[in-house]
Design a protein around this ligand. Structure first.
Ligand code: AMP
Ligand code: GLY
Length: 416
């Protein structure tokens, strides 16, 4: 089997590794990929969506796996173009990927399908947004489009709200677009991933992302400074409630509204005092949750995704380890506001009891690894208990060094 994965970050490194370890020994390709990914997958000679799909066709690719979201909604859409060319694709078509690309589309879908979510008002101008906030703080402001994880602001007061609205409506930092003014929910968050195949689904191991830059969940929001994954992260009772009130109605809603879906769907959920509510959908696996979840997957992920892309849910092909997995992100100097490239990474060869996925690295001419992005590495370890996984992951992360390295010491430990 010849599989092409689309993306270049730590999530895609984890996906490529999991697919490469599938028993059928598939041949892996990745676009745009990274130096680390190219140690296990071959590069692709393409320079955009159209040429990528043409390449897949002329190179007899059996399955395209969408890692990152941007290609799903670019141009005609990755999955749409794959379908036109007869290439099975694990990832939804453009019309369904609006669930991630447009927060307003997602909100309307949630409301139409009676799925629990925060109340929200869509606004076109700064004045409308201020009127919708109506002096009620904290409030949550969401730019209605893809904004590389920077489009959401949880605002404790008027000053922070005005600063975000100024960025969106006056400076147009994310380009044109509306803002959703949303009720602020409280409670622990959980990321639930389901493989969705038409009217069927399979829920993967739940995970939790540590979004803030510093220990104690302080500092600015980031793309994610680490993750913990385990079936035991949420009780059976709550997971059953999430399935009944959120996952099933989402799958039924997609069917009823004529939105085809074959791929991973990420449910960002807040466990509020009145029950689980959806914060967001993403039409892909999470990053860094993917790096924590993939090592828990047993069986044949490649065959599972191929069957799924062809419309068949083969739950018998995979299973999930009952234990715990902890992923610690090592970030470069300046992250998340900026990032620094070119710092030499040392110590990777000392890591034996953990997996390392590369999020933002580059191999130099003399064969060393250096930083090449904000999030640099994901160090992941497993264990039958949470404590074991935490200890191993942090001990392995201790072995890696580079100038300006930033990491959290409470990943997997802090429970919220
Ligand atoms: P997102 O970029 O959509 O993943 O949102 C970033 C973070 O903002 C989420 O993980 C939550 O912590 C927070 N958030 C989003 N919506 C709400 C809400 N309605 N109430 C409270 N926090 C929220
Ligand atoms: N970890 C959050 C995300 O992937 O969006």
């Amino acid at each position: 089997m010849r599989i092409l994965v689309v993306g270049k970050g730590g999530r895609e490194h984890a996906l490529v590794r999991a697919l490469a370890e599938s028993p059928g020994n598939p041949e892996l390709f990745c676009f745009p990929g990274s130096d680390a990914i190219f140690e296990i997958a071959k590069p692709v000679d393409a320079d955009g969506l159209e040429s990528l799909v043409a390449w897949m066709k002329s190179n007899a690719i059996d399955l395209c796996v969408a890692g990152e979201e941007s290609y799903l909604v670019k141009g005609e859409g990755l999955a749409n173009l794959c379908e036109k060319n007869g290439i099975p694709c694990w990832g939804p078509p453009k019309e369904s990927a609006q669930l991630e690309a447009s927060k307003e589309f997602a909100k309307e879908f949630l409301v139409r399908n009676s799925i629990p979510t925060a109340r929200a008002t869509a606004t076109d101008t700064l004045e409308e947004a201020v009127a919708a906030i109506a002096g009620e703080y904290p409030t949550v402001l969401k730019f209605d489009g893809l904004a590389a994880g920077k489009g959401v602001a949880v605002c404790p007061d008027e000053a922070s709200a005005m600063s975000f609205l100024d960025e969106v409506f006056t400076q147009r930092r994310f380009g044109p677009g509306r803002v959703l003014v949303e009720q602020c929910l409280t409670g622990p968050e959980v990321s639930v991933f389901a493989a969705i195949i038409d009217d069927q689904y399979l829920i993967f191991t739940p995970a939790r992302d540590y979004k803030r830059a510093q220990d104690g969940d302080l500092g600015p929001n980031t793309g994610g400074m680490g993750a913990v994954a385990s079936r035991q992260l949420v009780s059976q009772e709550i997971l059953a409630q999430i399935e009944k009130e959120i996952v099933r109605p989402t799958v039924d809603g997609l069917r009823a509204e004529g939105l085809p879906y074959r791929g991973f769907l990420y449910f960002g959920i807040m466990l509020t005092p009145t029950g689980p509510q959806v914060i967001e959908y993403n039409c892909r696996f999470g990053d860094p949750e993917c790096q924590a979840v993939m090592p828990l997957v047993r069986g044949d992920l490649a065959a599972f995704c191929l069957a799924g892309a062809n419309g068949e849910l083969r739950a018998d092909l995979i299973s999930f380890n009952d234990g715990w997995s902890v992923c610690v992100i090592l970030a470069s100097a300046g992250y998340p506001e900026t990032s620094r490239n070119g710092d030499t990474i040392s110590g990777l060869e000392k890591i034996a009891a953990a997996r390392v996925y590369h999020s933002g690295t580059r191999r130099t001419a003399d064969g060393n690894w250096e930083t090449n992005g904000g999030r640099v590495l994901a160090v992941v370890a497993g264990g039958s208990t949470r404590e074991q996984a935490v200890t191993q992951a942090h001990a392995a992360a201790d072995l890696v060094e580079f100038d300006g390295l930033q990491r959290r010491r409470d990943i997997g430990i802090l429970n919220f």
